[in-house]
Design a binder for this molecule. Structure first.
Ligand code: GLU
Length: 300
């Protein structure tokens, strides 16, 4: 029986095929949902059209299937949800919580405001209205927060002052694309997602997302950020570091490798087991508490 008090999800961006790093997020989010008799959804985050690679979404779904994943309900495609993102932006605009910005990239880069991570922070030029002669390029959210605090089930207590750390961030980009931060919050709320299990590379986005949830009246999900897999050189596995795509011929080996990375200690005799046996073991033994409490870890 499904527990509607737990709805988890895996939300890949179709910018290339799954690699072991993305399999880790898929597996942990799925096992944690199943351990709670919850639902596990798959959402294709193809909102960023310029970064979407044709065919990658289908490849990802085939790879998940080949690894024995079973998701609940149909896949949600962000490219079909633009109206919902538009509605959320309109709601924020109507409440003066968002505003049009006419600044160019160059102007922002030339500003003297530096965020704690070294990036240029938006100086707030258009906060109180577009300067004369300027037209809107992007739409930003007004950030007037103090410090937000939340608990991460793996990484422990977290805090961020979004205004100081990133400033008024973009919701609709100058190229007409809705920002990931808005799409993810709108969709998690709409799908009733209660628990978010994903890579710790997204910990830096969580403050912005919690801030938007507050503005849009969306419930706060529970968060668990997994260690991100890095190669022997300490680089995060990604399409940029040319992580090898999963080889569909060895799903058992890939799942066992992901389980070991997640601190689950599968017995060595599972190497010769069937996919169903590996899943059975994983579901019986899954323990979020055994996942290493670090942000990054080398994958064996
Ligand atoms: N689509 C994002 C990514 O692949 C993940 C979003 C999320 O899990 O919130 O990096």
């Amino acid at each position: 029986m499904h527990n509607h008090a737990y709805i988890g999800r895996f939300a890949p961006s179709p910018t290339g095929p799954l690699h072991i790093g993305s399999l880790i997020a898929a597996l942990a989010s799925c096992l944690e949902a199943r351990a709670h008799h919850g639902q596990w959804l798959v959402r294709m985050e193809d909102v960023d059209a310029p970064r979407t690679i044709p065919g990658a979404a289908d490849t990802i779904l085939h790879q998940l299937d080949a690894c024995g994943f079973e998701w609940d309900g149909p896949v949600l495609w962000q490219s079909l949800r633009l109206e919902a993102y538009r509605d959320a932006l309109d709601t924020l605009l109507a409440q003066k919580l968002a505003y049009p910005c006419g600044c160019t990239r160059r102007e922002i880069a030339d500003s003297a405001l530096i965020a704690p991570d070294g990036a240029h922070r938006y100086p707030g030029t258009c906060r109180d209205g577009l300067p004369a002669g300027r037209s809107a390029r992007a739409w930003r959210v007004r950030t007037d927060t103090g410090t937000l605090r939340w608990h991460d089930a793996i990484q422990g207590p977290q805090q961020e002052d979004v205004c100081a750390a990133v400033g008024d961030f973009v919701l609709l980009r100058a190229d007409g694309q809705f920002a990931y931060q808005l799409a993810v919050v709108v969709d998690d709320a709409w799908q009733g997602v209660t628990h978010i299990v994903r890579g710790a590379d997204l910990l830096d986005s969580t403050g912005r997302q919690i801030y938007l949830q507050g503005l849009l009246g969306a419930p706060l999900p529970a968060y668990a950020h997994l260690p991100v897999a890095s190669n022997a050189a300490g680089e995060k596995l990604s399409k940029q570091t040319l992580a090898t795509p999963l080889d569909a011929r060895n799903p058992v080996g890939d799942l066992l490798r992901a389980l070991r990375f997640l601190g689950q200690n599968p017995p060595t005799d599972l190497c010769g087991a069937s996919l169903a046996e590996v899943w059975y073991w994983a579901r019986e033994h899954w323990s979020l508490a055994s996942v290493p409490r670090v942000r990054q870890q080398t994958i064996a």
